[in-house]
Design a protein. Sequence first.
Length: 114
Amino acid sequence: MVNFSLKTYKDYRHVTIFPVAIPSIASPGAIMAVVLLTDNHIYTIREQAITTVLVLFVVFITMLFLLLASKVQKLIGEYGITVISKIMGMLLASYAIQSILSGLYGFFNKHGIT
């Protein structure tokens, strides 16, 4: 006979996960903007070099933020992280609701429904 115990999950702080960071770092829109800004037929080499320098600058700043994340985590503590994640969740949810309502508004205006 096999004896085992079931542990119940009692930590409700991290019930949901919002992937906020990854789309902010390299969203499809950002990638498309870089592709369009480096078109050889439209932009000169100088303009493309400026785009490259700006992209590298953003990558460097992002790297600094990610490297300092553990120090910030120690500074604000577990409670601060929980508060920030709840606030970010509310912001993400409000942005999602705004996007849905804007889409519905555009749909109804296009089809003459007011």
